[in-house]
Write a protein that binds this ligand. Sequence first.
Ligand code: ADP
Ligand code: MG
Length: 255
Amino acid sequence: MSALLEAHGVSKAFAGVRAVDDASLVVQDGSITALIGPNGAGKSTLFNCISGFLRPDEGRIELAGRRIDRRPPHRVVAAGLGRTFQTARALTRMTVLDNVRLAAPAHPGERLRDLVARRSAVRRREHEVTEQANDLLRLVRLDTHADALSGTLSGGQRKLLDLARILMASPRLILLDEPMAGVNPALREELLAHVLELRGSRGITFLVVEHDLGFVMQASDRVVVMTEGRILMDGTPDEVRNDERVIDAYLGTHA
Ligand code: ADP
Ligand code: MG
């Protein structure tokens, strides 16, 4: 296995408080890596640095060997990274299908000079985008809701919608921030199955912040533990589960 994502010495402070403090981590290509730690540990801030929403004060971040920490979010997406937010971001007054269509990346066909060629290229592209969006809605089993307004979906269904939106850009790495939060048990199973399936069939790599330790232990190859802005350790789920420091810092308080 080779490294797909590497963060080296990343720090980010807010008003003098180091939310992320000299954090380094490696996510192997094709792995499911969990990032765990108590509230306020800096997990979301690290995600924001990786995905270009925040610029780290120090450190460097590479995706497939290319530096991404100085790029705006859309250029990080173009480099192959997709992410969800702790709260789903779909536009609630737009249909489920349109939300997915809207997540399609721009297409070179849209820059053609010739008006007629451009019209037909745009129409062809729109058709492709609609097909792809419908395929992805079938994949996450939201196809029966394609014409519903996104605001009518449950919390768990909105996470599935977010996943479909991310997949429109064909990412190599997906960051999920607490995907199981606010999701009912049936949909949790389904979300877990989708993650495993997407890794298996499309080779997509996942970095997942999750408090549900069932998910973490069941799905992940590696677990990275963060406390107070720092990386405490990383290891296999078993190594992490049995580590005294982790039990003290995190697991003990959740038992
Ligand atoms: P986690 O996701 O692990 O719960 P966060 O990354 O959200 O942790 O937060 C880490 C620390 O940074 C917390 O102390 C939080 O209050 C602070 N923090 C996060 N985002 C901001 C922000 N935009 N402005 C100021 N402080 C922030
Ligand atoms: Mg968070």
